[in-house]
Design a protein. Sequence first.
Length: 88
Amino acid sequence: MVVVLLLGSLLVTSCALFGKKETVVTINEVPPLGCRVAIDKVTAGSTIKSIEKIESGGKVTYEVEYIKDGKELDAYFTEDGQPVKGAQ
């Protein structure tokens, strides 16, 4: 348990050091035009597990974790709803 807590704080610290900020948000906090429309389209018929707003290098990306057909999937979008391939 102690190791998990130490690793968790190390991850948060390393993200802060590299200028990356991750915040859990709700679908209502996602920009309504573009991004929310894209999320709704990709996750239609799915269950959204979480949405994270990732701020890095002056850019914002939204990571959506969802379950579709029993599979856990991730999708990434820019604020204007463009899909981001290979983002993390």
